[in-house]
Design a protein around this ligand. Structure first.
Ligand SMILES: C[S@@+](CC[C@H](N)C(=O)[O-])C[C@H]1O[C@@H](n2cnc3c(N)ncnc32)[C@H](O)[C@@H]1O
Length: 414
């Protein structure tokens, strides 16, 4: 349903909030170029969200506005948060006159892109969902961007019909793989910016082509609604019952251990905790520790517990419930106050007959990250099927995809 947008009474406030948002994105370093700054000062975000969305949400730095949900409440479409729109446009290094493909539509980001490519450029915005495309088309027209943006209903898995090459491609939906169409339609010297899921952990990565493979030039932490259509990737979920009939839910992106049946009754034994001696100050991000686990911890999975269980209370203290299955046992990342009171210490809490070993394996990876990962920005590569992944340096991992392989490296020489 196309929602009417009331831009009357609040127009002045919207203009003020637009400038404040742009100022914040500039001071955060999320906007760095004058063209992107001008785009953010120009595009009326309120024109692309449901009419009842409060303006302070519309102009928040980090809040997405959900525009469509599925029957279970899962998010299917949203206007992305301003900071990630800004970062992705900057990461793509877009210049006036370029032709840009936006995968995943809505109107707002396409309008920003249209401002950046200018009158001599063009934006093609595709979406698998006909309703989203119709809505984006109407809203873009109404906001004056109709002639500068083509909206096309298409599944991004395939080449965009009617177009040959794009200078830049921005994928604004969570991808598990890089289908051949994205590379086939990328001009020489082109940039692909894509939120790529790697063993359950997503990084938005700017890739440039380097011969037969892609190399990353920039990376950002951000999540997106999942890809639908032919490129959709379904996680596998396992439920472990506790003795009260409540459950622990393990979600695997890929690489499900063959020994999952050994986890029957695992919650009856334990818990046991092992501590790493590795600490982190309050308020400091350790998102890359999860990426390190995704790359190197065997049996890596996301873990959630039914609400109101002792397990949920216990896991709530860990902030981010990731862990690993090791044979008949299961360990997850745990934290406790650091001895010096200045932050927290990482460790592992485990269940199962060999819980001590499972916890020790997780702690070993915490220490490895501390030594070799935490002070480096990871780099990424993508090798298409048929190309050869070279021998990678230390502290690098390769994850197989359907259309190729992704490398993640913390090596200083990568
Ligand atoms: C986060 S929204 C896009 C936000 C938008 N770029 C904006 O202006 O902020 C993601 C969109 O991707 C679309 N999508 C999901 N799978 C797709 C696919 N296979 N091909 C094209 N679009 C897809 C969804 O329908 C959804 O509308």
């Amino acid at each position: 349903m196309i929602q009417p947008v009331d831009m009357t009474g609040d127009a002045g406030r919207a203009a003020r909030l637009r400038d404040e948002l742009t100022d914040t994105l500039l001071s955060n370093g999320q906007i760095v170029s004058p063209a992107v700054e001008k785009a953010f000062r120009t595009v009326p975000r309120e024109a692309f969200v449901p009419g009842d969305t409060p303006l302070d949400v519309v102009y928040s730095v980090d809040r997405a506005v959900v525009t469509e949900t599925d029957e279970h409440g899962g998010h299917l479409s949203s206007v992305s948060a301003a900071y990630i729109q800004a970062r992705m446009i900057e990461m793509a290094d877009i210049r006036p006159g370029m032709t840009v493909l936006e995968i995943g539509s809505g109107g707002c980001n396409a309008a920003l892109l249209a401002e950046v490519v200018g009158a001599d450029g063009h934006v093609v915005s595709i979406d698998i969902d006909g309703e989203i495309i119709d809505r984006a088309g109407v809203l873009l027209n109404r906001a004056g961007y109709g002639g500068r943006v083509s909206v096309v209903q298409a599944d991004a898995e395939h080449p965009v019909p009617g177009f040959v090459l794009f200078d830049r491609t921005l994928v604004t939906v969570g991808a598990w793989d890089i289908p051949p169409a994205w590379l086939d339609q990328l001009a020489v010297g082109g940039v692909l910016v894509v939120p790529l899921r790697m063993n359950g952990i997503t990084r938005t990565i700017a890739f440039r082509r380097d011969g037969d493979h892609l190399v990353s030039s920039d990376v950002e932490v951000a999540g997106f609604v999942p890809m639908q259509g032919q490129g959709a990737h379904v996680e596998r979920t396992f439920l472990l019952p506790d003795r009260h009939g409540k459950h622990l839910r393990l979600q695997f992106d890929s690489g499900v251990p063959e020994t999952m049946h050994l986890l029957d009754g695992v919650l009856a034994t334990g818990p046991v905790s092992v501590w790493s001696g590795v600490t982190i100050g309050h308020g400091i991000s350790f998102a890359d520790l999860h990426l390190w686990f995704a790359a190197f911890l065997s049996g890596f999975c996301r873990i959630t517990a039914d609400p109101d269980t002792a397990l949920a209370a216990e896991m709530g203290k860990t902030w981010f419930p990731f862990g690993g299955v090791r044979g008949d046992s299961l360990a997850y990342l745990a934290v406790r106050p650091a001895m010096d009171g200045a932050g927290v210490e990482f460790g592992a809490t485990a269940y199962g007959v060999h819980g001590q070993d499972a916890a020790a394996a997780l702690v070993e990876q915490i220490r490895a990250w501390d030594r070799n990962g935490r002070h480096r920005v990871p780099t990424f590569g993508f090798w298409t099927v048929g190309s050869t992944v070279p021998q990678l340096p230390d502290h690098a991992a390769v994850l197989e995809k359907h259309h190729g392989a992704v490398s993640i490296s913390w090596s200083p020489t990568s």
